[in-house]
Design a protein around this ligand. Sequence first.
Ligand SMILES: CC(C)=CCC/C(C)=C/CC/C(C)=C/COP(=O)(O)OP(=O)(O)O
Length: 300
Amino acid sequence: MEVASELSLPVSPQAAAAYHYCEAVTGAQARNFSYGIRLLPADKRRAMSAVYALARRIDDIGDGEWSDERKAEHLGLTRALLDEIREGRVEAEDVDPVKVALADACSRFAIPLDAFDELIDGVEMDVRGAEYQTFEQLRVYCRCVAGTIGRLSLGVFGCTDPKRGAEFADTLGLGLQLTNILRDVREDAANGRTYLPAEDLARFGCEQGFLGRPAAGADFTGLVLFEARRAQEYFDEGLLLLPMLDRRSRACVAAMAGIYHRLLERIVREPEAVLRGRVSLPGWEKAYVALSGLAGGRRS
Ligand SMILES: CC(C)=CCC/C(C)=C/CC/C(C)=C/COP(=O)(O)OP(=O)(O)O
């Protein structure tokens, strides 16, 4: 696979500039995932940065300060952008570098663009203020916002068994997203969002939410450990993807998953830490996990 990538077509100056922009976005904003993306050979790294830049744009539309109407309009424009790429209508001179880079990446790799439409579906759920009564409902949302990223990434990596690989990539995305939800419970609550299912909040007496100290009788630790166990199961299953990838794609996935898995371990060690602030890893530890991934694809 790496030989094929070395033989790939040269990149036009316009596409090179567009990729440069996407790589800058990835470097500045992907505080965790950039460590894995950097391990890829140049063509896959560029393509992943184009995927990341569009995913970031979609996410930012959902999280931003705009009115719901304006968000809907911009999500619609993003769906139109995807159609332009699908229909081969993107000009090299287009003013949008993310569009140009992604169109170029799609000419090189089998990127399943429909997954971006599903990602937009997930962000639209956020804009509507969807609430999740059951874990099954939350899982639908997680598949939209994270399983999609796994499947898009797999399109760039390539895989010895694309059908099973896509299922594992989707599942790994679920593990990452559940970890992300646990890490961000406080920040999301401050923004008026609760992702954890109402049935689980009720089971652990946490219906009051996550701002301030847990209410008397609330078993916040029990709730976090319960959801963390689910995340762990998704990690275990999703990582069955690793043997299906070439060495550097494997290292990239091992780094992304390894960094998030360490976050999960920290949360499990001290669940109440997520109520005080954002749990994160220092840069040296993320670099260490990434390099261990390159050395042998170990999880953390
Ligand atoms: C096969 C494969 C690669 C699977 C993994 C798929 C994947 C990377 C899913 C991402 C889901 C996620 C937690 C996004 C948060 O992004 P963010 O930018 O908000 O993250 P941050 O807050 O940690 O920086």
